[in-house]
Every structure is written in C-alpha cells, then in structure tokens.
Design a protein. Structure first.
Ligand SMILES: [Cu+2]
Length: 128
C-alpha cells in the first residue's frame, strides 16, 4: 500500500521534474554558479529565453557582459525579438516554431524588447 502510494506520487511528479529541469537550465544557472568559489564561475556564458503562450519566459533576465542570450520560439505562431528603441540592438527576423535568435550582450545596460507581431509581448535583458 505504502509502496503503491509512493509510485503513484513519482509518476505525477515526473513531468514536473522535467519542467523544473528545463527551467534550471535557463534560470538557475547563474544562481548555481554564484555559489562557486571564484568570480570566474559566476559568469554564465549563455542564457536561454523561451517564447511560449505569447510571452517571453522569463520576461526579465539579468546577465553579465559577454553573455549570449538565445530566444527559442516554442509557440505555434511567429514572433520577433525587437528592441523597443532605436538604434535597435535586437532585431530578429520573424521566428517560426522552433526557430531561435541569439545575441551576445557586450555592453552594460538595460535592453527592452518586444514582439512586432504581438506588441504586448515584452521582455528585458539587464546586462551588469
Ligand atoms: Cu509575438
């Protein structure tokens, strides 16, 4: 009885675990690295932002200069990654499903962007 309960619980949590694992790759990598012994391990070299359900996920990321940020469209409709102000640091083509767009942020600053197809979709990359 007890064993069966545990097994049941495991099955329920497996998809959660997969989702969590996916999130860990994108959002907790810098945090994980921050616990490291030296400054060098503190720098994530790549951060991924998922585009799904008409939103950038996570909507805001904070990275160090030199970080490559990659957006991956996991939606059924096309999206763009476009700076809100000119000159446009970010100006992707329309990304179809599973297309991705990358940019290496070399200069400090706050980079706001949106989707030209769905202007209410907004995101921010903070480089510091
Ligand atoms: Cu869009």
């Amino acid at each position: 009885m007890r064993l069966r309960f545990l097994t049941h619980q495991f099955v329920i949590c497996l998809p959660c675990f997969v989702l969590l694992a996916g999130d860990l790759v994108t959002s907790t990598k810098p945090t994980e690295a921050a616990a490291g012994p030296s400054e060098a391990t503190n720098e994530a070299t790549e951060v991924k932002i998922k585009i799904a359900d008409l939103a950038f996920d996570p909507p805001t990321v904070t990275v160090r200069a030199g970080t490559k940020v990659t957006w991956i469209n996991q939606d059924e409709v096309p999206h763009t990654v476009t700076s809100t102000t000119k000159p446009r640091v970010l100006e992707s083509a329309a990304l179809d499903t599973n297309d991705s767009f990358s940019h290496v942020f070399k200069e400090l600053g706050t980079y706001k962007y949106f989707c030209t197809v769905h202007p209410k979709m907004a995101g921010t990359v903070v480089v510091k």
